[in-house]
Write a protein that binds this ligand. Structure first.
Ligand code: HEM
Length: 151
């Protein structure tokens, strides 16, 4: 299982990088009224696939990981919503990341819509930017008390 935590961790950086590139490129496409580029469509697809893979790994960790719901369960005496650690890893982190995955999936889905190319760029920009903010807020960054993890 620890290998999955590593992969989950590394994919965070891949995803953040892809998201930033996607956002910059969609912003340029939007303000320059560009025609949709094949490269951008591919970039958004890779971003979505990367998110889905991390979602899948996250779900496995959540249920079968070292303190997974179906593995260790809640320790005796711990009340889920009153415990900062379990509330974060069982509720806040998964909920936020699932929301971000939905946003990225909806964003990349704009490619198939019958709308103008600049509008596609604009919508992808907003969906992906929102997803990035959600992800940044829900990552267990090192400085965070109790839930913080190393980079
Ligand atoms: C899709 C974007 C996601 C990102 C960028 C992300 C990022 C991270 C990071 C950086 C860690 C710390 C890893 C470490 O200690 O080295 C982590 C841990 C964890 N994540 Fe995610 N995560 C995502 C989605 C999810 C989802 C959707 C779930 C559950 C449904 C989830 C469940 C977990 C769990 C349970 C841990 C703790 C694992 C352990 O320490 O055993 N993650 N995540």
């Amino acid at each position: 299982m620890s290998i999955l935590v590593h992969v989950h961790n590394i994919l965070r950086w891949v995803l953040l990088t892809l998201l930033v590139f996607s956002i910059v490129r969609s912003f340029i496409g939007w303000i320059k009224h560009r025609e949709l580029k094949e490269g951008d469509v591919k970039l958004w697809l890779f971003t979505m696939i990367c998110t889905h893979i991390n979602l899948l790994i996250g779900l496995i960790l959540l249920f079968f990981g070292r303190f997974g719901i179906l593995n260790s369960g809640l320790p005796d005496g711990v009340v889920l919503m009153k415990d900062v650690f379990y509330r974060f890893f069982w509720v806040e982190h998964p909920t936020a990341m699932i929301l971000a995955t939905v946003l990225i999936t909806l964003g990349r889905g704009q490619v198939k819509k019958q709308i103008t190319d600049p509008l596609k760029y604009k919508r992808v920009f907003w969906y992906f930017l929102l997803a990035l903010l959600v992800i940044l807020a829900a990552i267990p960054w090192p400085g965070r008390e109790i839930i913080g993890r190393s980079l």
